[in-house]
Design a protein. Sequence first.
Length: 151
Amino acid sequence: MKLAEALSIRSDLQKRINMLNSRLKKSCTVKEGDTPPEDVHSLLKELDSSLKRCRELVYRINYTNMHATVEERPITEMMAERDMLQQRVRIYHDVIKTLVDGPDRWGREEKVVRLLDVPAFRKDADRYSKELRELNLKLQQINWEIDLIEV
């Protein structure tokens, strides 16, 4: 199984677990004399099975990410870089919005002075956004090339 397939299955399992949670909440209490929409014991059994499978899959995904290397870098290092780039891009876009819109806490009489050059800062934000897109594409490609490690 490829890493990308495992990631897709994990996503489906997480959705299923959330759905089971919702179904359990609807079925765990009823008015006296009524019957629950579903058997809670069957739901709990299915939840246990899904959680076990998800745990095993997450472990194998994490193990693979730690041990598989691309260009002499572990995948987890690339993922950490991606996470920080995402955060940087989000912050840069927030700062650009503030630079363009201006703060709303001052009165009309007060003059606003920008401490950053908007076009230059936008250029930096665009550069980081491009790096993020390229890294995301590289990670997606890697996920379809790397086999999930048996543990």
